[in-house]
Design a protein around this ligand. Structure first.
Ligand code: HAM
Length: 403
């Protein structure tokens, strides 16, 4: 019988990758906490209708990619394809909309989309995201963008920021009508023809070359914004300009989720292949209301952790790893004590096998140790420990007490 394998598009995260993974989350959390975000953990499984009503029936995520099934109690449930909807469900369920004021939360965890796996595109992937409720000022959109740039700078990751405004209920419907009129004069691919009736703005980011060529003269949303949306978009660009954040306006950036209003953005990298979006987000002032709450302005983003980790330079997280080993049976007790003491401040690896000098050194190197400390008969007798720094090759004797 063949051994069981992990599912296609899903992977185990271990060794260097899991080190990077926790390093990334810990440092992101530190940064966003400074901006007032609190940690939230929502369930991975939610009612399917939550995503149908938020991400949108016409989106690829809901129409093709959801891991949905009927549970034993006959409920239609689904593994979350993204994090925003669950957070908004929590917000409404706990009447945070009625309480007024601001709520800022961050989360990280697995998301599931039944997409065709390829480099940078998984079926189970992880996001780190933030959602800010109750602030309609465009300064909040700018703050979120500045916060993401701070995160990317912290990890020394280069990026391009693409920016658009998707208007609101006062200008989007008229724009869509104008767009559909224009699209009906073109000869587009099958997917686009379907989208003309389900969600015409999604035609704008079709990847088909012939469609893109024909779309050059299509009306642009940014030329059709209401005065309020236009003023917000102009202000956002001004704030970014005066804070040294470079961006490019991409009027075809519509995002794959239907809940956005006004600001929409994506951070992309040239260094990870075709799946270049490392983070995406925007404003979603209508979503709380769609999910049954009181209208509440909101804005947020999510970073794709696997894509981002591809870009973190591994030696960024070089840490000290101390290997302690016993060279005689009698030294094992002392090794045990030393390991427990040292673990209060340092990462320590050990096992309780007695080995000779070179076998220990080999073992330490294999496990990525940076420092080796060995205790044998001699060391027990004269109260010293032999220590070697595996990077500088420096050797020393340290008294057991000092150690
Ligand atoms: P999204 O653009 O669908 O937005 O996903 C955010 C990020 O998750 C993407 O930029 C990408 O890095 C990563 N990602 C998406 N799909 C995959 C995949 N199949 N494999 C690997 N990584 C992937 C959202 O999910 C929104 N909830 C973001 C948001 C929060 N908007 C407002 N608040």
């Amino acid at each position: 019988m063949a051994n069981i394998q992990s599912l296609r598009g899903m992977k185990d995260i271990i060794d260097n990758d899991s080190e990077l993974f926790t390093y990334f989350i810990e440092n992101c959390a530190k940064i966003v906490k400074r901006y007032g975000y609190n940690y939230i953990e929502t369930p991975i499984l939610e009612e399917t209708s939550l995503f149908q009503r938020s991400v949108g029936e016409s989106s690829d995520i809901v129409s093709k990619e959801m891991y949905n099934f009927t549970d034993k109690g006959n409920h239609e449930v689904c593994l979350r394809p993204e994090g925003t909807a669950g957070v908004v469900r929590w917000f409404v369920q706990n009447k945070k909309d009625k309480a007024g004021g601001q709520q800022k939360v961050f989360y990280h965890g697995p998301m599931f989309r039944y997409e065709r796996p390829q480099k940078g595109r998984l079926r189970e992937f992880h996001q780190f995201g933030c959602e800010s409720f109750g602030e309609s000022s465009v300064y909040e959109d700018a703050t979120i963008i500045l916060m993401i740039s701070e995160i990317l700078k912290f990890f020394k990751i280069g990026y391009k920021l693409q920016l658009n405004s998707l208007g609101d209920e006062t200008c989007m419907p008229q724009y869509k009508e104008k767009l559909v009129e224009h699209l009906n004069t073109l000869s587009l691919c099958e997917d686009c023809n379907r989208r003309i009736t389900t969600n015409p703005i999604r035609v704008l980011d079709c990847k088909n070359e012939s469609c893109q060529e024909q779309l050059v003269g299509a009306p642009k949303i940014t030329d059709n914004l209401s005065p309020e949306c236009e003023a917000d978009f102009t202000k956002l660009k001004e704030i970014l300009d005066s804070n040294g954040v470079e961006y490019e306006v991409d009027t075809n950036l519509v995002r794959g989720l239907d809940y956005y209003t006004k600001t929409a953005f994506e951070f992309v990298s040239d260094n990870i292949g075709a799946q270049s979006a490392i983070a995406g987000g925007g404003r979603y002032d209508k979503l709380v209301e769609y999910l049954g709450g009181k209208t509440t302005p909101a804005v947020g983003f999510a970073i794709g952790i696997e894509r981002l980790l591809e870009l973190i330079v591994k030696n960024e997280i070089k840490e000290e790893i101390l290997y302690i080993g016993a060279m005689s049976e009698e030294a094992t007790d002392t090794v045990f004590c030393a390991v427990n003491k040292k673990r209060q401040t340092t990462k320590v690896i050990t096992d309780y096998k007695v080995r000779g000098f070179s076998k220990h050194l080999n073992n330490a190197q294999k496990q990525g140790a940076t420092l080796v400390a060995l205790i044998g008969e001699d060391e027990m007798e004269n109260g010293n420990i032999w220590v070697k720094n595996l990077e500088t090759k420096e050797e020393s004797k340290v008294s057991l007490e000092d150690f």
